[in-house]
Design a protein around this ligand. Structure first.
Ligand SMILES: Nc1nc2c(c(=O)[nH]1)N[C@H]1C(S)=C(S)[C@@H](COP(=O)(O)OP(=O)(O)OC[C@H]3O[C@@H](n4cnc5c(N)ncnc54)[C@H](O)[C@@H]3O)O[C@H]1N2
Ligand code: MOO
Length: 428
């Protein structure tokens, strides 16, 4: 049995060897994908200096000397958004009527909103007050400077990236190809037919539906899904079939604990020449977790069948691999503080669904539920985070620090985890 942090490390090491190819993808299909290149702004944003208000563009220096004499300016022309302003610089004593988003005319540097002015019938405008220099002007590059770093490789793209990318006119990006994944659920008692009347001893295949939903959320390409009866031969045949698909990863749930003929995953994998990297990890839920390399280099995750053991394995092991395969940084926990007492079994890690709330002084308060067992599904309904209690500490009291992770991996999380402390270089 290996410690849980070592299991995660081992998974990351293996996944780092798998270089997913990249593909150029249009902006409309980028959300949810992992950026594979460093993106800098090809032009400034705003692209040109323009007005933030419907009003009048004028030259501030002509009028700033006197507060008694409010400007009284001749209106030269009107510049609407999308129009080219007059080629001649704005003469002293004149202003241009301007609309929001229109190019600021040459020579003008400030805009007064329409409602702060009076326009006379003879084409002059007077100001109610003198705005500050640069008022209501959006400068070229004020939003994003040309050449500014926009997105780093390994960034999970979300709608928040799409707005500036589109504004900069970036049509497509190189992203990692979606990881190609096959999933397997096992068990004679399990059915995927959710409409059926359950026979005695039968249960619905919740792991299948959860796994598919989560992997889809993580932008995986779900190539194959199969529910298999408890039969090693069937399993081995299916593995042979999966080897013929060009997969990056296979994830199974069930049949990895100690139940001899019913727990055929390890033996089945060995029968096809897979290399078992670890089997059994010091974590609850998920002690029977298995990780292997298939002969074609694909990663194999044998997650235990209990629903929360499958969920924890997906959250911490599979997600770590998916991140490593797409150049995303290793996830860092958010340090929270327990609000409750909690005791766990000695010498093993414990993953629990929990609720984090923001407290005073930027504290993250973590409510760890009293009882949570791996056969349950209800904690998934209300939790907003996972807490990972490490193997060195068994008894937690209010105020103790704990490592927390967002419920779904890889999302822009709030609050942001602090940057990991740099190890001091000891020289040599
Ligand atoms: N003698 C021992 N028994 C068990 C051990 C052990 O160390 N020694 N470990 C326990 C732990 S911890 C876990 S976790 C489970 C893992 O068992 P398996 O991975 O072999 O999974 P199964 O036995 O097939 O199923 C366990 C449990 O989960 C239910 N299940 C299975 N698949 C699904 C599914 N697709 N959807 C919903 N529920 C599923 C299944 O009916 C069982 O109740 O082993 C313990 N036993
Ligand atoms: O490890 Mo099992 O997943 O505790 O029930």
């Amino acid at each position: 049995m290996i410690p849980f942090p070592q299991a995660i490390y081992s998974v990351i090491q293996s996944a780092n060897q798998l270089d997913l190819p990249t593909q150029r993808t249009d902006l409309t299909a980028l959300s949810g994908r992992i950026c594979a290149e460093r993106i800098t702004a090809p032009r400034p944003l705003q692209p040109f200096t323009n007005s933030a208000m419907d009003g009048f563009a004028f030259r501030h220096q002509d009028h700033c000397s006197s507060h008694e004499h409010q400007p009284y300016l001749r209106v030269r022309s009107t510049i609407a958004a999308g129009e080219t302003p007059p080629a001649q610089p704005l003469p002293a004593g004149e202003c241009d009527r301007i609309l929001t988003g229109a190019v600021l005319p040459n020579g003008a540097d400030s805009v007064i909103p329409l409602e702060q002015t009076e326009t006379s019938a003879d084409g002059y405008v007077s100001f109610h007050h003198m705005p500050k220099l640069g008022a209501n002007v959006r400068k070229a590059g004020e939003d994003i400077a040309a050449e500014q770093l926009i997105i780093e490789p390994g960034t999970l793209l979300d709608p928040g990236h799409i707005m500036p990318l589109a504004a900069l006119g970036i049509e497509n990006l190189a992203v990692y190809r979606k990881p190609r994944v096959a999933t397997i659920t096992t068990g004679n008692e399990v059915t995927q037919d959710l409409g059926t009347q359950l026979k005695q001893g039968q249960i619905f295949d919740s792991n299948h539906f959860y796994t598919q939903a989560l992997l889809r959320h993580l932008s995986c390409d779900l190539v194959d899904n199969r529910h298999l009866q408890d039969d090693k031969k069937l399993f081995v045949n299916h593995l042979h079939y999966l080897l013929s698909l060009d997969l990056d990863m296979v994830i199974s749930s069930g049949a990895v604990s100690a139940g001899a003929e019913y727990d055929f995953v390890r033996e089945g994998l060995q029968a096809i020449g897979a290399e078992i990297i670890f089997h059994k990890v010091a974590i609850r839920p998920g002690k029977p977790n298995l990780f292997a390399h298939l002969p074609n280099g694909a990663l194999y995750f044998g997650l235990p069948g209990n629903p929360l053991a499958t969920a924890a394995g997906l959250r911490f092991l599979v997600a770590a691999a998916l991140r490593a395969m797409t150049n995303q940084p290793v996830e860092q926990p958010l340090i929270g503080q327990c609000t409750t007492t909690h005791s766990k079994k000695s010498g093993i890690s414990r993953a629990l669904l929990c609720t984090c709330v923001g407290g005073q002084d930027q504290r993250l308060l973590v409510n760890i539920p009293d009882s949570q067992s791996s056969f349950m599904t209800n904690p998934l309904l209300t939790a907003n985070s996972w807490v990972l209690l490490n193997e060195d500490k068994d008894d937690y009291k209010p105020g103790d620090k704990v490592d927390t992770y967002p419920l779904l991996p890889g999302q822009r999380s709030w609050p942001k985890p602090a940057a990991p402390k740099q190890k001091k270089d000891k020289g040599g």
